[in-house]
Design a protein around this ligand. Structure first.
Ligand SMILES: Nc1nc2c(c(=O)[nH]1)N[C@H]1C(S)=C(S)[C@@H](COP(=O)(O)O)O[C@H]1N2
Ligand SMILES: [Mo]
Length: 221
């Protein structure tokens, strides 16, 4: 473990992302510190680039929608639950190689939220921010308007756990899982794509499974 820790300090974050996957449970980051060692991860690895992440629930969760929109607004968890829900079952694919077959996600279509907010003509992209204070993601407006891009409230037919980015995470079904930002707190409509956290370390902004990052994984769609 000393060797792993020392390597972790000197490696760039994108190499750590791969290293965690390669080394398995011992190097996984997990807020509880034990989940990665238990046989209940269902094939998932828990990723978190922030030092710590606050717990949020229906009493204090908020999703802010702003930027180049006519009607900026804030959704509570209850408000999101009252909107039409879409359930999608696809494989999850991480760019470091692991894949979890047929994982249900359920939530509100990003396109519905955009419609409610009224995107202005100069709006061309979305920037997603997270209440871990560190992670971010991006999509073009046309990517975000796909019907398999969700503000997800459920994963595996249960409320999304804290470790998996609950109570609300982004779910971008056709792209590598780094696009699915956990602990989602903000959607801002912007005039151009601003690359997200991992994209700053070399991952492709257009993260289509099997058609990006030099990988040939079977598409999840
Ligand atoms: N806020 C936040 N979202 C994130 C990440 C992260 O570190 N922080 N990691 C990404 C990566 S690389 C992957 S593979 C998935 C992992 O999701 P999981 O921890 O639920 O398995 O979340 C993505 N979203
Ligand atoms: Mo990942």
């Amino acid at each position: 473990m000393v060797g792993v820790g020392a390597a972790g300090i000197v490696l760039a974050p994108h190499l750590q992302h791969g290293l965690e996957s390669f080394l398995g449970a011992a190097a996984e980051k997990d807020p509880t510190g034990i989940t990665g060692l238990l046989p209940n991860g269902g094939g998932f690895r828990f990723y978190n680039v922030a030092a710590s992440v606050p717990n949020k629930d229906a009493s204090n969760y908020q999703l802010k929608i702003d930027g180049l929109v006519d009607r900026p607004g804030t959704y509570t968890l209850d408000a999101l639950r009252k909107l039409p829900q879409t359930r999608i079952v696809r494989d999850v694919q991480c760019v470091t190689g692991w894949r979890v077959p047929k994982t249900p996600f359920e939530g509100v279509r990003v396109s519905d939220l955009l419609e409610a907010a009224g995107v202005r003509p100069e709006g061309k992209a979305l920037r997603f921010t997270c209440f871990d204070g560190t992670y971010s993601e991006s999509l073009t407006l046309s990517q975000a308007r796909r019907d398999d891009v969700l503000v997800a409230l459920k994963m595996q037919d249960k409320p999304i756990s804290h470790a998996h980015g609950g109570p609300v995470r982004l779910y971008v079904a056709p792209m590598y899982f780094y696009k699915s930002a956990k602990w989602l707190s903000g959607i801002s409509v912007t005039s151009e794509v601003k690359p997200g956290y991992w994209e700053g370390y070399g991952y492709d902004v257009d993260g289509w499974v099997g058609r990006s990052n030099g990988r040939d994984d079977t598409p999840t769609v």
